[in-house]
Design a protein around this ligand. Structure first.
Ligand SMILES: CC(C)(COP(=O)(O)OP(=O)(O)OC[C@H]1O[C@@H](n2cnc3c(N)ncnc32)[C@H](O)[C@@H]1OP(=O)(O)O)[C@@H](O)C(=O)NCCC(=O)NCCS
Length: 105
């Protein structure tokens, strides 16, 4: 997990996360890791906005991000090709004001 493209002028960044081992998914680790990253982004780096991108059919990830207060800002149609099928891609974001409001889980 991490933050990339941290932009000090616009006060935003891109967030990425991946639990490599199947056995460790769905056990609450993602929630804890996201919570830590959001706390670091807003309280330590004082950012205004966190951006992330996710394939629309990645149900666990989209569910987790929505639960944490991320909103879909844009949908890129047929952006990703996998095994000869095309998938939409969501651009999602969380603003500091929504995080501070306590959208956290
Ligand atoms: C997406 C990912 C980071 C989530 O982390 P996780 O540890 O598996 O998720 P958690 O156990 O913390 O679950 C948090 C929430 O996510 C959702 N969720 C997790 N696994 C789910 C599943 N298999 N189906 C549906 N929802 C799921 C639920 O809303 C869950 O909340 P709940 O337990 O209150 O219902 C992890 O599954 C992962 O790394 N997947 C592969 C890589 C990936 O897709 N990365 C994101 C790319 S954008």
């Amino acid at each position: 997990m991490g933050l990339s493209n941290i932009n000090k002028v616009n006060k935003n960044c891109d967030l990425f996360i991946m639990i490599g081992e199947d056995d460790y998914r769905g056990k609450g680790v993602g929630k804890i890791a996201m919570d830590w990253l959001m706390d670091y982004s807003f309280n330590k780096l004082k950012l205004h906005k966190i951006n992330l991108g996710v394939i629309a059919n990645n149900v666990p990830a989209v569910k987790l991000y929505k639960k944490l207060g991320f909103k879909i800002e844009g949908i890129m149609i047929d952006e990703v090709r996998y095994k000869n099928k095309y998938y939409n891609f969501y651009s999602m974001a969380l603003f500091e004001k929504d995080y501070k409001k306590g959208v956290k889980i």
